[in-house]
Design a protein around this ligand. Structure first.
Ligand code: GLY
Length: 383
């Protein structure tokens, strides 16, 4: 069934409302970060020590690109200084999320201003990211003490961390970063995607032999289900991986992962938090839909017209649904942009700590703005 697409005037209106909300939030969130998720739809401030702290400065940069309001780029530079301090002082950086943090807080500011301190922050983060590469098994270890058997795994989310490495190689002409990203991508393509196009959230390798061991979930419902946001990281991650590697397998897997995702969506095209659910009262994860929309719009650049149009249309349909039914329309309702995200929901089978269920989530807001920005016209990615 063909659903309605978001119109160009709705894109502009949503983007302008988002920019107003970002400016409205600056007094509370210039010297503090935005918590990963809201509490009763309002984000509390936090210190710069979460894996999610880059999304808010990413929104500030997107709002600056749309409005050219100098207050915004000033605020973005204040955040970037905080990120430089964080990486120089090694504050909560022993994990793989350097791309989520530094592509959006530092590569962004470097691209917009040329500030060498932003470049320095992003390059230090790229160094930190490649320090987590495991030569036995060829992957970037996601979490925990390096080499520990119980943490000897990569996760599908990491595909979004790799563009930082492609950027670092281009910037420095040192191919080491790119080589690590390519090796990790090969391993991820081989093991994170199941034959039906669904995905494993995390995947263990054997620390002695480097052989694949098993897939498990952390934030999905069950080991054999597909976590809705993991699937979204896979879809957008494949589009970005294709952009930087031109490996045709990324396109094949993208099609399969997208088909699987679309086959599990409820009527309004915004998934439940795990794709095992297709109807009922389980919470949605609106952030997954915005991430997938960005992935569809990115991959559309590399496809023949007919297929590109198909994914472009699907992205606009998903964004229309968010625009109509999930978007914050009144600042009294929330200090975020998009309602009904899910960070981590506990199930009888998963190992996550429950947080941010049916709330705004920082990346949900960021990717909604990114998708709108992509629809508004050509955009030089921060990724
Ligand atoms: N990358 C962690 C998450 O999506 O929750």
């Amino acid at each position: 069934m063909q659903r309605e697409e978001i119109s160009p005037s709705e894109v502009l209106q949503a983007l302008e409302m988002a920019c107003r909300q970002v400016v409205r939030n600056l007094p509370d969130f210039t010297y503090r970060c935005q918590n990963h998720s809201s509490v009763n739809n309002f984000y509390p401030p936090c210190d710069n020590n979460q894996w999610t702290c880059g999304f808010w400065p990413g929104e500030i940069c997107l709002a600056y690109e749309h409005t050219h309001n100098e207050v915004l780029i000033h605020a973005a530079q204040i955040h970037m200084e905080s990120f430089l301090h964080r990486i120089e002082n090694h504050i909560e950086v022993d994990h793989h999320d350097m791309g989520f943090l530094y592509s959006l807080s530092s590569v962004s500011v470097y691209k917009l201003t040329g500030n060498p301190r932003a470049r320095e922050a992003a390059l230090l983060a790229a160094d930190q990211l490649i320090s987590r590469f495991q030569g036995v098994g060829f992957f970037i270890q996601a979490w925990g003490r390096m080499g520990a058997r119980e943490n000897y795994r990569f996760i599908i989310d990491c595909l979004l961390n790799l563009p930082l490495l492609y950027w670092a190689s281009e910037e420095t002409q040192d191919g080491t970063y790119r080589a690590v990203a390519m090796k990790h991508t090969q391993t991820c393509l081989a093991h994170s995607f199941r034959s039906d196009g669904s995905t494993f959230h995390t995947f263990f390798m054997d620390p002695e032999s480097g052989e694949p061991v098993r897939g498990e979930t952390c934030q999905g419902y069950r080991f054999d289900s597909s976590w809705a946001r993991g699937q979204a990281w896979g879809i957008y991650g494949l589009a970005l991986s294709y952009r930087y590697t031109k490996d045709e397998r990324c396109i094949d897997l993208f099609r399969k992962a997208a088909d699987y995702y679309l086959s599990r969506l409820p009527q309004d095209m915004v998934p439940y938090w795990d794709l095992i659910f297709t109807s009922g009262d389980e919470e949605r994860d609106s952030s997954s839909a915005s991430i997938v929309a960005c992935g569809f719009l990115e991959m559309a650049k590399f496809l023949q017209k007919e297929e590109a149009d198909k994914y472009g249309s699907l992205a606009r349909q998903m964004l229309k649904s968010i625009y109509d039914s999930y978007r914050v329309v009144d600042p009294g309702q929330s200090n975020g942009l998009v309602l009904h995200g899910t960070y981590s929901k506990k199930s009888p089978y998963n190992s996550c700590t429950p947080e941010g269920v049916d709330e705004c989530v920082s990346w949900g807001d960021y990717f909604f703005m990114e998708a709108l920005t992509r629809l508004r016209g050509p955009w030089d990615l921060y990724w």
